[in-house]
Design a protein around this ligand. Structure first.
Ligand SMILES: Cc1ncc(COP(=O)(O)O)c(C=O)c1O
Length: 343
């Protein structure tokens, strides 16, 4: 089947919102189940100024992608992992839990209605943003009685415009993003507001992003504001173990599995101390938006440490390429990660 495409300059897409035809919208009262939603034209929503989400940050979201694949299908990538994380995040924030079938079916409806906005094969992807908020008003701090779930989508190109960039990161010593037993492992909107000020300060000094340290001993790396971290040294690929403060990234898990099952690397989810980072041959970060992005250098206090002479390392390069190949259905692989929705 020839898939129709919207009139968009696909080559100039970056990571900015492009409005599409429709978004999905559902509501649910506390104590009820998420059941019925519908597609509505993409547009603004109306909220009470006393809405719990606006006052107390009761909201969680997801980020996932649809791809136009090599064999001319439109496929979702590991959507069940996002469904699982949404289920976890809603529970943690006292939002009526969104079950997997409802989540996946709603995502499929939204993508199908905006199919012409999925970039052509090889030109990017459709970013999908499911988000749920506590919308009823409350003056005192408490969970809302009413909730709204929305899914909007946007065609996206590379996160960093102008090709693969090597990140220049600051290791943050003044601020934390999250703490174990807090909400760092949920995709809660408040986690992102906590990261805005450190990010602003770092950007003013010429850094791209910050690396957060663990909030107890401050000697282990955790993640950056919107992606997980990896290091590679002496044949071992390592990523910080999930400690309750770190987001369980879908790309993180994919890179671990590609590393072990395709590249034959030893993969460890473990503590990564500052010293391990400084001595690493390669470092890179992973996320739905950033895919696999190499880190060129990190600064800790007054010292700067470079990886692979400031070039993308061979392991990061292989992982980056293999992940894209799998997402576009270009290579045989042992995983069952694509869900074709248009065949
Ligand atoms: C804080 C944080 N860590 C890690 C990630 C990477 O997660 P994923 O690979 O599921 O996109 C993200 C992005 O969604 C994030 O916001």
């Amino acid at each position: 089947m020839k898939l129709k495409k919207a009139k968009i300059d696909w080559d100039s897409l970056g990571f900015e919102l492009v409005k599409t035809r429709s978004m999905y919208m559902a509501t649910c009262r506390n104590g009820e189940e998420w059941a019925h939603g519908s597609l509505v034209p993409f547009g603004n929503i109306e909220l009470s100024p006393a809405a719990v989400v606006l006052n107390y940050g009761q909201g969680v979201f997801e980020g996932t992608k649809a791809f136009h694949t090599y064999n001319d299908q439109i496929s979702l990538f590991r959507i069940n992992r996002n469904a699982r994380r949404m289920h976890f995040s809603t529970k943690r924030l006292c939002i009526p839990q969104i079950n997997s079938d409802f989540f996946v079916n709603s995502v499929i409806s939204t993508v199908k209605d905006n199919l012409d906005f999925v970039p052509p094969y090889g030109k990017g992807s459709m970013y999908i943003r499911p988000i749920v908020w506590g919308t009823s008003p409350a003056l005192g701090v408490r969970a809302a009685s009413d909730y709204t779930f929305v899914i909007y989508v946007s065609p996206v190109g590379p996160y960093f415009k102008g090709g693969v960039k090597l990140l220049n990161l600051k290791i943050e010593t003044n601020y934390h993003r999250a703490a174990p037993k807090g909400i760092g492992n949920a995709k809660a909107i408040g986690n992102y507001s906590a990261s805005l000020y450190p990010l602003l300060k770092a950007k003013q000094k010429g850094f791209d992003e910050v690396i957060y340290l663990d909030s107890v001993a401050e000697d282990r790396i955790e993640e950056i504001g919107s992606a997980n971290l990896f290091i590679y040294n002496k044949g071992i690929l390592k990523t910080p173990k999930l400690n309750g403060a770190i987001l369980d990234g879908v790309t993180r898990d994919s890179v671990c599995k590609i590393g072990s099952d395709i590249l034959g690397l030893k993969v460890e989810e473990t503590d990564i101390f500052l010293k391990d980072l400084f001595e690493a041959e390669e470092a890179f970060c992973t996320g739905t938006a950033v895919e696999v992005t190499p880190i060129g250098k990190v600064s800790y206090k007054d010292k700067c440490y470079k990886f692979n002479k400031g070039q993308i390392g061979p392991i990061a390069k292989k992982l980056q390429k293999t992940l894209i190949n799998i997402q576009r259905n270009e290579i045989d692989n042992p995983f069952d990660w694509l869900l074709p929705i248009i065949i």
